[in-house]
Structures are given as C-alpha cells and as structure tokens.
Ligand binder design. Sequence first.
Ligand code: COA
Ligand code: ZN
Length: 319
Amino acid sequence: MTLLTPPERIDIVEVAPRDGFQSIHDPLPTEDKRRCIQALIDAGITRMEIGSFVSPRAIPQMADTGELVAAFADRPAMRFSALVPNLKGAELALAQGIRELVFVVSVSESHNQSNVRRSVEASLADLARIVDLLGHKGNACLRLDLGTSFDCPFEGRIDWRQVDAVLDQAMAICGHLDLEVALCDTTGRATPYRVAEHFTRLIERHQAPRLSWAFHGHDTYGMGVANALFANHHGATAIDAACSGLGGCPFAPGATGNTATEDLVYALDGGSCHSGIDLPRLLLAADAIAALPGGKTASHLRQVPRKTLIDNLQGLRTY
Ligand code: COA
Ligand code: ZN
C-alpha cells in the first residue's frame, strides 16, 4: 500500500464574515464584525470573503461591507474578496477597493431564481459584462462560485454533467482570465465520493493553466471536513470554511453553516499541508464569533473541554 500524500497547497478561505454574518437575522453592529475579522487575521487567516455587494433589501446584513473593506484597507498580506451577484455589485466592490470578485451563479435554475431572482442565462450575461469590466482593471481577479454544484434544495441531486454545462458557458466567457472556480455544496448534502467525482470529471474537461479550483461546503450532514479533504485531494487548492461553523443560507432552507475552520485546520494534522493558521488563536476568534447574539454555530472543536483540546494541540503539525 502506498501512503496517501496530501497535496502541499491549501488556501483556507474564511467566509464567516459573509456566509456566516448574513445568516444572523438582525444585522450585526459593524464594530462587532470588525472585531471578529481582526481576531481572524490575528489567527493567521490570509484569505477572507469579507462580505458581499448585494441588494440591501435582499440581504440587509451585508449593507456595511464597504465600511469593513475601508476599515481593513491597509493590509497588504491579506487577500480580501467579496461576493457579487450582478454587474452593479461588481462595480460597487471595485469602487470600494476590492480586488477579488466572487461572482455567484447556481447550476440549478430554481436556486438561481430564488437566490438572485434571475435565470442562469441572465446571470451568465452579467458575468460577461463583469469580465468586460475586469478587462479594464489590470489588478483585479475573479472567482466563480457555482452554487448547488452537488445538490439543490428544490431540484435535489445535481449530476456533474449539469455543472459541466454551466461551466462550459462560463469558461467561454472567462477563458482568457485568471479564474478560480468553486464548486459549492450549498445545502451540505454532498458526500466525499461525489465531491471526488465532480472535481475529477470537471478538471479532466476544463484543466487550463490559468484555472484553479475551490470547494465551498456546508456541514449540514456532518460531511464538511471529509468533503473538503476529498476536494483538496482531487484538485481544489482553496477551501472555504467559516470559523465556529457560523451560518446557514437564507436561500437554502435547512442548510447549516459552512464547515468550521477550526475543524478543518485540525483535520490537516499529519499531512504536509500548511494552512499558516494558529489553531489556539483561531479558537479565540471562534469564541468571539459564537458570542455574537443570534448566530447558530456548529464546531466540533469548540465542544471539547478547552484544556484537553489545548493539551492535545501541542503535538499538532498543521502550522
Ligand atoms: N448592490 C447593491 N444594491 C443593488 C445591487 C447590488 N449588487 N443590485 C441591485 N441593487 C439594488 C437596485 O439598485 C435596486 O434598488 P432601488 O430599489 O433602490 O432602485 C434594488 O436593489 C433592486 O434591484 P433589481 O436589479 O431589481 O434586483 P432584484 O430585486 O431583482 O434582486 C439581486 C436581484 C441579485 C440584486 C438580489 O436578489 C440580491 O442581491 N441577491 C443576493 C443574494 C445573496 O447574496 N445570496 C447569498 C449568497 S449565495
Ligand atoms: Zn454557502
């Protein structure tokens, strides 16, 4: 038997400030968000989805994203991104100084309608306009979040060929740009072997020098860490996670938060992946996030008595 050697590269993308904070019903004070974001940076997070530029009527929780971007403007070591659902969002994000746009479109028609109130075709038309806009901005880059890449809350299981059909069109639009494609398990119902199948099939068909891959998973069925590891082993170099497991999607009924960042970092022990994250400090950030009123968290590590956990972490080889 050969020893399974993990890929050496993993970028953990912290999404609690977007996917997590948007799940808390009453918008949080900006200062509370700022404090939690600082705690995440102190723990060694270097990639973060700091918020989204969306309709404040659709998601009032994200209305202060511009203020947060401004508050963390002078952080050369940080890669901040922001989710955008349309051209207007892209224009606002770029005007506020965001250099990494996360454009979201769902593979399933019904989820795209529910999430961004338009057809997949209309979303892709906006993607083309955003790509055109980015053509004039040399220093900005694009990530494509393919929502419901495994499962849709309304249509059920999604075959990799359905993802391929949308990705084919997206690649025809974005092919000349540096692009990160994220397969998103919006509902958290994917399983590791299905994650492996989707990445393997899609990378076979779309491998390109300027294309990299990411996985965004929710932990509804407890598969989050396993799915993330399978995604990483099958080509995803960036993995989204939310500190403390905060979250739940307002447009995916029943879905819980993203996989907890601390659980994922712990799972990397023993491999050769270096996340650069300091787990004891990340737990302090998780505590701060869990203390926010109105949030639902789901973290395994936070349930372990802290002294036992810290003692156990002494021998950990992930940072
Ligand atoms: N940022 C800020 N405001 C925006 C916006 C954006 N990206 N896009 C549209 N708006 C504003 C419009 O200016 C308009 O404002 P007004 O009523 O004051 O004139 C209002 O929102 C409605 O615009 P419209 O183009 O008709 O959009 P819509 O009502 O059909 O909603 C979206 C479409 C995409 C803007 C909305 O559904 C949305 O923001 N969804 C985000 C979903 C999300 O973030 N989901 C979680 C992540 S997966
Ligand atoms: Zn999500």
